[in-house]
Design a protein around this ligand. Structure first.
Ligand SMILES: C[S@@+](CC[C@H](N)C(=O)[O-])C[C@H]1O[C@@H](n2cnc3c(N)ncnc32)[C@H](O)[C@@H]1O
Length: 275
């Protein structure tokens, strides 16, 4: 069953409002974490953050909600302006802040007020004066044309029901010579109907087939689009989703398709350039 844009947006907002107020690791699994729900620090180290990075930012900024560490490969330089799409509690904004320094600027955009409040409090407590969090939807960025050097995003683009629009917006705000570096989930196969029918699974960050991701970046205007750094995703998280489980029980003939799909998922980095 297809969900309306508003249903998806509302489910996503509810899920991340809960993560912001309760902490992800004590309510639901991370989009990249297995169903045994390890703590945020364990998840974040497993997906590429170093101990030193995590120690240098406010602890409350790390909710273990990412799929990778986009700042690790974004090659940020002092003085640059960085935009984080779906900034959550601010983890990647704070890491970027240290790299761009006082002459640079970091803007985080997120549509969930509870996340924004948590991120702003983290910035205040950690005295991150070059970081600004803006309430907004990434499909209509509250950011001026050609004002950003590097866009980063971590486990967010798959949550949008209009990613083509997000990518057009990203292209609009980038300066010539700028780049977008996205950590997200990719797969070999399209999302099976049973999985797409679970609003829980959709709000929890489903993957996009690699070929679709590359095509969408190119259609938005990005050049030299690449996918790299793939790391396997624990398939059990998807197959233990309550909606997916219920569908499998009612339609046992779909189990193989769903398992093959789940086994083809990995976390990856997608990069595109504005020439
Ligand atoms: C999986 S969390 C990732 C948060 C952060 N990037 C991190 O790595 O911790 C997804 C975040 O994206 C935000 N988000 C999802 N869809 C969005 C949209 N269409 N516009 C703006 N923010 C969105 C959610 O509110 C949530 O804070």
């Amino acid at each position: 069953m297809a969900h309306t844009d508003e249903e998806v947006r509302s489910a996503v907002r509810d899920r991340y409002a809960k993560a912001a107020t309760e902490g992800a690791s004590c309510c639901e699994p991370s989009c990249c974490g297995p169903d045994s729900t390890p703590g945020a620090e364990t998840i974040s180290k497993a997906i590429g953050y170093t101990e030193e990075e995590l120690e240098g930012i406010p602890e409350a900024a790390n909710l273990g909600l990412g799929c990778g560490n986009p700042t690790a490969i974004a090659s940020l330089e002092r003085g640059q302006t960085v935009l984080d799409l779906g900034s959550g509690a601010g983890i990647d904004c704070f890491l970027a802040s240290k790299k761009v320094g006082p002459t640079g600027k970091v803007i985080g955009v997120d549509m969930t007020p509870e996340m924004l409040a948590r991120a702003r409090e983290n910035a205040r407590q950690g005295d991150f004066t070059n970081v600004e969090f803006r309430l907004g939807e990434i499909e209509a960025l509250p950011v001026a044309d050609r004002s950003v050097d590097v866009i980063i995003s971590n486990c967010v683009l798959n949550l949008s029901s209009d990613r083509a629009r997000v990518l057009r917006e990203a292209f609009r705000v980038l300066r010539t010579g700028g780049r977008i570096v996205v950590s997200d989930m990719v797969s070999e196969y399209a999302i099976p109907t049973a999985v797409a029918g679970s609003l829980d699974a959709v709000a929890g960050c489903l993957p996009t087939p690699r070929a679709d991701y590359i095509r969408e970046f190119e259609e938005a205007g990005f050049s030299d689009v690449s996918i790299s750094g793939e790391k396997p995703y624990p398939a059990s998280y998807l197959t233990s989703d309550p909606g997916v489980k219920a569908f499998i029980e009612a339609h046992p003939d779909t189990v193989e398709e769903i398992q093959a799909f789940a086994a083809s998922i990995s976390g990856a980095v997608i990069v595109g350039h504005r020439r």
